[in-house]
Design a protein around this ligand. Sequence first.
Ligand code: NAD
Length: 333
Amino acid sequence: MAESIAATSKLSNGRTPAYVADRARALVTPLRLCVLSCRPRARNLVVAAKTETLAVIGSGLMGRGIAHAAAVGGFVTLLHDVSAEALARALAQIERDLEEGVKRGKLAPQQATETLSRIRPAQDLEAAAGRAAFVIEAVPEDIGLKRETFARLEAACGDDVVLASNTSGLPISEIARATRRPERVIGMHFFNPVPKMKLIEIVRAPQTGESAIARTQAVARRMGKETVLVRESPGFLTSRMNALIGNEAFLMLEAGIASAEDIDKAMKLGLNHPMGPFEMVDLVGLDTRLAVLEHLERTLGEKYKPAPLLVRLVKEGRLGRKAGKGVYEYPEK
Ligand code: NAD
């Protein structure tokens, strides 16, 4: 029932999920990587070698971006989501993003078609994971859900697989403990929007193996990304640094040291940050930032105590762009 509703309802681009899924399937046909012709049912299928196949679990904001980057890197990318509608929306968005790239001259039309053809919707997590040598999980930030997902992935995967989590800050070691081979589990923290952002933070838990690290670095390189290697610790590297800068900005604003506009301007023009801390927190969400700071305060101490002004703005519902108002107002929302 849910699938039939999903198949006929319109997406924001006016297309139905069924149309998008059909188009994705149609685009797979021209791909000629490696033909398995031994079994009659598989005779006409074009199948990629396992080492060239990557699975992405969860096709939301991050998962679809990761799938896009993986396909650009030449991987046949199996994209799975528990929701057929979310999967169809993700494919439609990737197609729009690729079209946009063509319009801006970032890639040739042929490259866009080939990239899209490498992304294959997968209804079944076990089937997708079983065909891939590298799996990246991007389901919601919930430790129970991540652990359950990793236990299922391990049961479906071969021995040589690397299982990476795109968690923003959950302990990789706790996710890894849901598996029997924790040395294969690693953090791969992407940034939004994934196709454009250059960095991946690779997070090594105490039990992560050297081979998993090397293979993760190689996958990141194929995606055209730079990496940093971070030891597992709260907030990893970027979230911890960013939360502290952002908190200091709220403390300075509250103390009347400068206006929000001038604090942002100073950081951009004086310190060469591409965005000011208030522009950034309005984009990230003030509630998200508050949750990160509370977690850092609990785990690392008083230094990360959220600024009272941030706490007040969250209570007032000023959550950032998504709410139409945060530090700044966004009347168009
Ligand atoms: P999202 O809500 O946009 O997407 C999550 C997707 O996972 C949804 O499509 C949902 O249907 C799907 N899902 C839920 N349960 C599932 C299951 N059991 N199996 C398969 N799919 C399932 O979330 P997001 O923003 O893409 O975040 C995903 C992960 O990436 C989180 O851990 C988050 O902390 C992390 N992350 C987010 C950002 C960001 O800027 N949003 C940045 C870095 C990392």
